[in-house]
Design a protein. Structure first.
Length: 536
């Protein structure tokens, strides 16, 4: 009997220690090498794994279960990681760029081998649907390809000198340590955009991810660090420091960080921008969007309606490029809204890991409050709620952060109204009716943010106006394509309160280097520029 009681006691103690993860979660976690036994995970990597600071929980937005507990960075561990990153940079800047590209190529290969598994982890931890999770990892793979090419093409310039026997060259040199502070909604791709360019440029990168998606950052860092270590490159070329606001603030303030690449909300971005500017560091800001779709009377409805549906409902309205404002020409407004509403009513909601699901949960419970607040404001202001406006509260959706995507027709289209001016990070789409394209462009441009925008038309003249000097003032100005879902080829980013930052393709790499303008005299004379005479 005593032996039996001891066995039961031991079993209970084991159960208490053991995190009983659902099989849904444990199969995803084990596929990306995240332990499923009940242990606190290390949230700091700078060549070795550690972490003894506050414990953060990763919570599944679909079920509410705790996926893991992660130990964040203490101030000392952060200082250590910063020092190791600086040392790693000093080494890495001497590695020839094509060799850095070869390392990126291996990272690309390792990532693509785990693309679907990492995509599933994004779905599990962040809550976006599986194909979007996989698409996000694909973006990292794509930008690695871009970075490999870049490593042989980061060209400077030879400039004509006005002085005989002189030559001027502009040389792109490695910049230093680049800190990447990222948002919860793209827990893999945003880091990828930064890492690929930063690594090709010869920098060390230190990543401070969102505290609510620590597992994505651990899984990615495991893959990247393995490649670095296999190549004899210091792991601190790609360090990770998981933590909350305090860790973020300490990173931003540190003078040893040459550039802060920040992706997040306008409110935090404003504070980060000031701090980095005050110490004359470099800063790249990718902040909130409040993106509009303009539908002209000649638009192809078979393109426009699904594009607005994906733009507003995809990722449960949690993309920086989500469509939040819909401007409809008077002639097609009723027809468009009827078609859109039909799609809204048919949306397949559920577990983002399930193949058929189109709408997953919001990432946090706090986001539900933001959603309710916006819908409440609209109702109080007399808006017509055409679809949605409430939570899904029947089981099993009541376990997660599921809300109904909402279409509202506010009484006023005045862009000064809070509902038009503010980014509500949830699936709330506000619609208004316009008379002519000039009015639509004016409304499009009248908000503080300037990230993405789109116009649906078949008229070339309207296209010309839209993309020209009198057109949309956003960073992304699309035609017959939704506001979200950019490719890596063009530089990505927005204007005005979106922060003016550019990441990913295009010329974005030029920000990750230190430009040296070198005038070289290969003559026996020393003439001064502009003919200045200073002879003694
Ligand atoms: P957030 O601003 O709350 O957090 C972003 C990051 O900043 C996190 O890592 C957070 O821990 C850190 N942080 C918080 N306070 C800080 C401080 N005082 N100093 C330094 N770091 C601090 O953003 P979020 O809620 O994670 O993400 C959603 C926002 O991100 C939305 O506004 C969205 O539009 C924006 N976003 C923009 C882009 C873009 O490319 N423009 C892309 C994705 C997301």
């Amino acid at each position: 009997m005593v032996v039996g009681r001891r066995v039961v006691a031991r079993h209970s103690a084991w159960l208490a220690r053991t995190r009983r993860l659902s099989s849904r979660a444990s199969s995803v976690l084990s596929s990306v090498d995240i332990p499923t036994a009940d242990q606190e995970l290390s949230g700091v990597y700078d060549g070795s794994w550690k972490g003894s600071g506050d414990v953060l929980k990763s919570i599944c937005p679909t079920t509410g279960e705790v996926l893991a507990r992660v130990k964040s960075a203490t101030p000392e561990e952060l200082r250590d990681a910063l020092a190791k990153s600086r040392d790693a940079y000093r080494y890495f800047r001497t590695v020839p760029a094509p060799r850095r590209g070869e390392i990126l190529r291996q990272i690309r290969y390792a990532l693509s081998n785990k693309r679907d598994e990492l995509g599933a982890l994004v779905s599990l931890e962040m809550g976006k649907i599986r194909t979007e999770g996989i698409g996000e990892v694909q973006e990292f793979v794509d930008i690695c390809d871009y970075g490999v090419g870049l490593s042989r093409m980061m060209n400077g310039r030879v400039v004509s000198s006005e002085r005989p026997g002189h030559s001027i060259v502009e040389v792109p040199n490695p910049l230093g340590v680049v800190a990447v502070l990222s948002a919860f909604n793209f827990p893999v791709a945003v880091y990828g955009w930064n890492l690929a360019l930063s690594l090709a440029a010869g920098n060390a990168t230190l990543w401070k991810p969102s505290p609510s998606t620590p597992l994505c950052s651990i899984a990615v860092t495991k893959i990247v660090s393995r490649v670095l270590e296999e190549n004899g490159i210091p792991g601190a070329v790609a360090s990770l420091v998981i933590g909350g606001k305090d860790v973020g603030e300490a990173v931003v303030e540190d003078k040893g960080i040459d550039m802060v690449s920040f992706t997040g909300s306008e409110a935090v971005g404003r504070a980060v921008g000031k701090v980095v500017q005050s110490r004359f560091g470099k800063v790249l800001l990718e902040l909130g969007g409040n993106n509009a779709a303009v539908i002209m009377p000649d638009a192809d409805m078979s393109l426009a309606v699904p594009a607005v549906f994906f733009g507003a409902v995809g990722t449960a309205g949690q993309r920086c490029t989500s469509t939040r404002r819909l401007y409809l020409h008077r002639d097609i407004a009723s027809e468009f809204l009827a078609k859109l509403e039909k799609l809204y009513r048919s949306v397949r909601v559920g577990d983002p890991l399930a193949k058929e699901t189109l709408l997953g949960p919001l990432h946090t419970q706090n986001a539900i409050s933001i959603y309710h607040d916006a819908v409440g404001y609209l109702r109080d202001a007399g808006a017509e709620i055409i679809a949605g406006g409430e939570r899904y509260d029947a089981p099993p959706l009541d376990q997660g952060n599921f809300v109904k995507p909402t279409i509202a027709l506010p009484k006023s289209a005045d862009p000064k109204d809070r509902i038009w001016r503010t980014e509500t990070f949830a699936p709330v789409l506000c619609a208004a009716v316009f008379e002519d394209v000039e009015q639509a462009i004016e409304w499009n441009n009248a908000v503080p943010q300037g990230l993405s925008s789109t116009l649906f038309t078949r008229d070339l003249r309207t296209v010309g106006k839209w993309i020209g000097p009198e057109g949309s003032d956003a960073g992304i100005v699309n035609v017959n394509v939704g506001t979200s879902g950019a490719e890596i080829g063009a530089a990505f980013g927005g204007n005005k309160s979106t922060g003016w930052g550019r990441e990913s393709g295009g010329d974005a790499w030029k920000q990750y280097v230190r430009w040296s303008a070198c005038t070289i005299n290969f003559s026996d004379k020393a003439p001064l520029a502009q003919g200045v005479d200073f002879s003694a």
